[in-house]
Ligand binder design. Structure first.
Ligand code: HEM
Length: 562
């Protein structure tokens, strides 16, 4: 089976060349965009023009741990002496207690923005060229959820990789390919030049998502929700009610929260272009579109470094000192394929919704597992969206710890809607991804990122986490990267959620992506424009694009509103 989403990487068409498309308008203080970021992510760093381009390889921060330093064969994966992924999941990640909420009063918007950011960064799809190289995750005999007699394995497929990697002469470790652009460029909103939704008479992004009037993005004219395939590009391959956005199709339908946040950002684009058009009616549709795109990409970047990262990790991002062409801005496998999946531990079992302000009119909560890929049915009107936004603001997220919600640990749906889905275990998949990509063990990664190795479980983990890890791993050197990372005690317990290793890796990755990108907002905007972007917070974006009242949200959108 194909995990997640059908591969449309091959459909990268209509690459927009960099260069001037609009001229500066001398009558307006609005600076029109003169150097448009290529839609496919190329040329963000002129000394490394293909870095983070859609369809190119990611990077490694640390040496690979494949036994043969190539990893083409499963027998060469690291961790031969480690327990099976589903067994680790049952012992370490299981939800056998009431959910433990985060101690800092942060809400579900934190992980929802985090997943939205991840979908800006990328997707690594399963390899669909023969031979498929399946990975069979053994279901243990005493599994509490799956019957190993009926289903002996949970089968996934190895990731798409650069065919020049994983072959002799070694060392030449296999490198995963990112289908999308790896920059923070709002590619999940505008696309990366791919054809939507799949083979057929479809047009490439971003054109297919545009109204071609007033610089606007397409929305449903009646509900102001995202457009559905039936109104954009009817395709016999997919249910006609699926929402369409710039992300890898049909990923913005994966969870209700994801559909919600995509809708907010498309609405923000349309709100802002209307503002630009009112300020200067002579701007063309193309000028307005590119201005709106620049605004939304700048907001993404600003929210990441000024709001999201400090809240998640408890650390400010290092001061910006300008574009650095020598920095390798590609996504690191240790980040994208393992430690940034930390968001999976923040997920709740249920998503709350409220029909009116002040926590009144609660609507039935959505079971996380059952709500996967149900967005097309769940969003019929704008009020459906507002109800979910209220829930995300009011509901605290779960603590960063070893525990992962059953909604994705036992009942993960990965197939596109319309096909007979089988249920999967997401944290077990995260473990096997670490191994198939030859990522270093937890302790090797700690050392690689300048942290002391953990000699006894009690050195880095609280009593409960240490007991869980000890129940499957014989010593700290055996621990897989993802498991050790999420189980660590918070590095800054009074201000952040993640442990020292995840904090170090996330901070490093965001710095690299920022410094290597010549389209970073602090590099391309004027001082006044930077001030405007930075003073416009996620809470402003939410208020301006929903029916919520100002007293329904804190200025810090990630704080629970009581
Ligand atoms: C209900 C919410 C979520 C669901 C259902 C979900 C599901 C998935 C699935 C199915 C995969 C592919 C696994 C694989 O084949 O290796 C994945 C990958 C990933 N997830 Fe999540 N996820 C959720 C939330 C999050 C959050 C909150 C974050 C981070 C803050 C996150 C970060 C990632 C990352 C970094 C990847 C790897 C992406 C790639 O490059 O392919 N996810 N997730």
């Amino acid at each position: 089976m194909k995990l997640g989403y059908i591969a449309v990487a091959a459909a990268l068409t209509a690459i927009v060349a960099p260069g001037a498309v609009v001229a500066r308008d001398s009558r307006t203080p609005i600076r029109v965009v003169t150097d448009v970021p290529p839609i496919n992510g190329s040329n963000h760093n002129l000394s490394d023009p293909h870095a983070n381009q859609a369809g190119t390889a990611e990077k490694r921060f640390l040496p690979d741990a494949y036994i043969d330093r190539m990893g083409g064969d499963e027998a060469m994966f690291p961790g031969k002496n480690r327990p099976a992924p589903r067994a680790i999941s049952n012992h370490v990640f299981a939800q056998d207690q009431d959910p433990v909420l985060n101690p800092l009063d942060n809400n579900n918007f934190l992980w929802q923005f985090g997943q939205f950011l991840d979908h800006d960064f990328g997707i690594t799809v399963d390899n669909d060229t023969l031979p498929l190289q399946p990975l069979n995750l053994v279901i243990p005999p005493n599994d509490p959820y799956f019957d190993p007699v009926i289903r002996p394995f949970m089968t996934i497929t190895r990731q798409q990789y650069d065919p020049r990697s994983g072959i002799l002469p070694a060392p030449n470790p296999r490198m995963s390919m990112n289908t999308q652009t790896g920059w923070i460029d709002a590619s999940q909103v505008y696309g990366y030049g791919q054809t939507l939704p799949g083979p057929g008479p479809a047009g490439p992004t971003p054109g297919v998502l545009r109204e071609f009037s007033g610089g606007r993005m397409l929305v449903d004219p009646d509900t102001n929700l995202l457009p559905r395939i039936q109104s954009v590009l009817p395709s016999p391959q997919f249910p006609s009610t699926l929402f369409v956005c710039g992300d890898f199709f049909p990923r913005c339908n994966e969870t209700p929260g994801l559909t919600m946040i995509h809708t907010l950002f498309v609405r923000e684009h349309n709100r802002k272009v209307a503002e630009y058009a009112a300020e200067n009616p002579s701007l063309t549709d193309e000028q307005l579109f590119q201005l709106g795109r620049r605004w939304v990409a700048s907001l993404m970047q600003s929210i990441v470094v000024n709001e999201f990262l400090p809240t998640l990790t408890g650390e400010k991002v290092a001061k910006y000192k300008g574009h650095k062409p020598s920095v390798n801005g590609r996504l690191g496998l240790e980040f994208e394929q393992s430690l940034y999946r930390v968001g999976h531990t923040l997920l709740p079992r249920e998503l709350q919704r409220f029909g009116s302000p002040g926590g009144h009119s609660p609507l039935p909560a959505l079971d996380l597992g059952e709500s996967l890929f149900q967005s097309p049915n769940l969003f019929q009107t704008s009020s459906d969206l507002d109800a979910l936004v209220r829930g995300f603001i009011r509901q605290p997220h779960e603590k960063v710890d070893c525990v992962v919600s059953d909604g994705v640990r036992n009942t993960l749906v990965v197939d596109q809607p319309g096909t007979a889905g089988t249920l999967f275990d997401l944290p077990a998949i995260n473990i096997v991804r670490g191994r198939e990509l030859g990522l270093p063990s937890y302790n090797l990664a700690r050392v690689g990122f300048g942290l002391p190795p953990v000699n006894r479980f009690a050195d880095a983990f609280d009593t409960k986490a240490a007991a869980r890890l000890r129940s499957v791993y014989s010593n700290p050197n055996q621990v897989d990267l993802f498991a050790g990372g999420i189980c660590e005690t918070a590095a800054h317990p009074r201000s952040g959620h993640t442990g020292p290793l995840i904090t170090a890796v996330i901070q490093r990755q965001i710095r690299d992506v920022r410094d290597a990108d010549r389209f970073w907002y602090q590099n391309i905007l004027t001082k006044e424009e930077i001030r405007e972007v930075e003073s416009y917070k996620l809470s402003d974006l939410i208020l301006n694009n929903t029916g919520l009242n100002p007293d329904e949200i804190n200025s810090d959108a990630f704080k629970v509103k009581h």
